[in-house]
Design a protein around this ligand. Structure first.
Ligand SMILES: *Cc1c(COP(=O)(O)O)cnc(C)c1O
Length: 472
């Protein structure tokens, strides 16, 4: 075949077949990778290819090589970290996104992509019950969403203090006070680091046993601040699933003209579900929000949303005027105005498809199911002697301690042993985390295919591992 002729039919059909087999087998496969990173590196590395290879052969080689190192993140018994399960509808939309190859930087280059993104943005605001005039940037995930939102925050609080940070930079700018809860997610600190606000140059506010900011401690910290202030709150603590007390804190913060940002990577989706939406009451009072599509909405990786109430502040922070970019007429929206990148993936297609597929009611039902399964699993685990569930399971996150009656050191050792055993048994996948200085097993119920049977199989496997470890 010549270089410029290529019929993709066989290749695309082959890949569809492989993807189908992979997904059909996932529930019955070991719920962990069979090869680790070191082994996978040995599989993939090799001399730089001097000669090309036939398309089908390349894809076959890639699939065979990758297979042992694939994690069952799309399976029904994956409870590690907080990772969504790439729903087939989102994956199919994402395949088309790749095949269409649209550059979603501006609406002239990619009218369909820009329009799907704008429509999906409006649906997102409606489903998350946020003000409908917020701007939405489609980014890689909550880490970048936090970065984008805090970029807007930084610009706006300094603009009010008479400083144009986008033009003049931070050198010589009035100092910004940044207040953050002691149990904030590490990626928020990365965002602060990238923005020149520093991950240590913050005022850390004490939190309660669930990781919620204490209102009195916050009020006290605010009393010591003057000038520009940014407050970072959280919807869904990574270990406990807890929410900061938004109405009280935001009222205090806004009385001092602070910008309030909420990291709601998964927790903001509580607002889409009547059973748990009360947890996030008052979150709509904030100035910006970061959340993910690839967690609770089950879009494929990667997809997150940076949502900002003041769309001008959002645009100012993200758009350097470049003469070759087409002008945007009033009421038109270019995807690149709200994100750091110009050329970018058209993430709006998969978001549009997932919301269209699940609908408001399907999203609410999925979130409710996951929260109910989390409570069920926590109740069963907590009923086993020696196992303690450490958090009040208000959402979908569970933290579990093994050897609860033992010394802290022995409990740490037992907890780590149970995690290792569960992972090697591979009936389900759960990881470890540190909470209040001690090891815990963390279970996140957030995969669309997880049902009651999977929840029970998982609890059975964890209890069996615990019984084996405590005897040993
Ligand atoms: C997952 C998560 C993040 C980071 O999101 P990414 O999508 O991985 O970039 C930030 N905050 C919280 C609370 C999270 O759960």
């Amino acid at each position: 075949m010549s270089e410029i002729e290529f019929d993709p039919a066989a290749l695309f059909q082959d890949v569809a077949g492989r993807a189908t087999s992979f997904r059909r087998a996932i529930g019955g496969s070991p719920q962990r990778p069979l090869a680790n990173y070191r082994e996978m590196t040995a599989i993939f590395e090799g001399p730089t290819p001097e000669q090309g290879a036939e398309a089908e052969q390349v894809i076959d080689e890639l699939a065979r090589k990758a297979e042992p190192g694939l994690h069952a993140t799309t399976g029904p018994r994956f409870f590690g970290w907080v990772i969504g399960a790439s729903h087939p509808v989102g994956v199919a939309a994402d395949w088309l996104t790749s095949a269409w190859g649209q550059n979603c930087g501006n609406h002239q280059a990619a009218p369909a992509a820009a329009a799907a993104e704008a429509a999906a943005a409006a649906w997102l605001l409606d489903i998350l019950a946020l003000p409908d005039d917020c701007s939405v940037g489609f980014v890689t995930g909550a880490t970048v969403a936090n970065f984008v939102c805090l970029g807007a925050a930084r610009g706006e609080v300094l603009r009010r203090a008479g400083w144009d940070v986008e033009a003049a930079g931070l050198f010589g700018a009035p100092p910004i006070h940044v207040l953050i809860g002691d149990d904030a997610h590490t990626t928020v600190f990365s965002a602060l680091q990238l923005l020149g606000l520093g991950h240590d140059r913050v005022i850390r506010v004490a939190t309660d046993e669930a990781g919620r900011m204490k209102v009195e401690a916050f009020a006290e910290a605010m009393a010591g601040c003057d000038g520009p202030i940014i407050v970072l709150l959280q919807a869904g603590q990574i270990n406990t699933g807890a929410f900061d007390p938004f109405p009280e804190i935001i009222r205090i913060a806004h009385a001092r003209s602070a910008w309030v940002h909420i990291d709601g990577a998964f927790g903001l989706w509580a607002r889409a579900c009547p059973e748990v939406s009360a947890l996030a009451t008052g979150a709509d009072l904030a100035d910006s929000w970061a959340t993910d599509g690839h967690k609770w909405l089950q879009t494929p990786y990667d997809c997150g949303y940076a949502i900002v109430r003041d769309s001008r502040a959002h645009r100012r922070a993200m758009t350097a005027s470049a003469s070759y970019l087409p002008e945007v007429a009033a009421g038109e929206r270019d995807p690149s105005h709200f994100v750091p990148e110009l050329s970018r993936r058209a993430r709006g297609f998969a978001t549009w498809a997932m919301i269209r597929h699940l609908g408001r009611s399907g999203i609410a039902a999925m979130v409710a199911r996951h929260c109910a399964l989390a409570r069920h699993m926590a109740a069963r685990l907590g009923g086993e002697p020696g196992i303690a569930v450490l958090n009040d399971v208000v959402l979908n996150q569970i933290i579990v301690r093994f050897g609860a009656d033992e010394t802290p050191e022995r409990g740490d050792a037992l907890t780590q042993a149970v995690i290792a055993r569960v992972q090697s048994d591979a009936e389900c996948f759960a990881g470890g985390a540190r909470w209040r200085g001690r090891w815990v097993m963390r279970l996140s119920v957030i995969s669309w295919p997880t049902g009651i049977d999977d929840a029970d199989r998982t609890v059975d496997a964890i209890i069996a591992a615990w019984r084996a470890c405590k005897g040993g």
